[in-house]
Unconditional design. Structure first.
Length: 159
């Protein structure tokens, strides 16, 4: 099978009453994920000794999951208040996983579009992995939207 022939893609959306800067602040804060991401993220941190500049920028690697089972995700694009992209480096049974979270102003709030794709690591599991991933990422998008709206903070104008 040709490389990429089994690639699976997803896109989910959510809406938040919070401004894009507020949503982005939660999204880029790896240690804070455990407060809003739900039961699959009981532990979240930046990998020590990775990345340059401020935490959350390009090259930083976040660890999300539990202390025993977690994914390593490298930030590969970072546009404050607008877009964050990452690639899974370990901990998820797929290859070439890349996702992008795009934030767009929508009235006083934000439209969150989370899209990504991957190649299944285990043959014949693509459909199952896609369904699981779409559901998981959909829950993250909805939880992010709700958490940002609950912060009650206006958009951070420094972002």
């Amino acid at each position: 099978m040709a490389r990429g022939a089994s690639r699976r893609s997803y896109e989910v959306e959510a809406a938040s009453d919070a401004a894009p800067g507020t949503v982005f602040g939660l999204l880029e804060d790896a240690p804070g994920w455990k407060a809003w991401a739900g039961p699959t993220v009981r532990w979240s941190a930046w990998e020590p000794g990775r990345g340059e500049g401020r935490p959350g920028g390009i090259g930083w690697v976040r660890l999300l999951g539990t202390r025993l089972v977690h994914s390593r995700e490298e930030i590969v694009a970072h546009e404050p208040g607008r877009m964050l992209a990452y690639e899974v480096r370990a901990g998820f049974p797929v290859r070439n996983y890349r996702a992008q979270v795009t934030l767009e102003p929508s009235g006083p709030g934000t439209r969150i579009r989370w899209s990504g794709g991957f190649e299944p690591l285990v043959p014949f599991t693509g459909g199952l992995m896609l369904a699981f991933t779409r559901r998981l990422i959909g829950s993250y998008a909805r939880r992010l939207a709700a958490a940002a709206a609950q912060t009650g903070h206006p958009a951070d104008t420094r972002r």
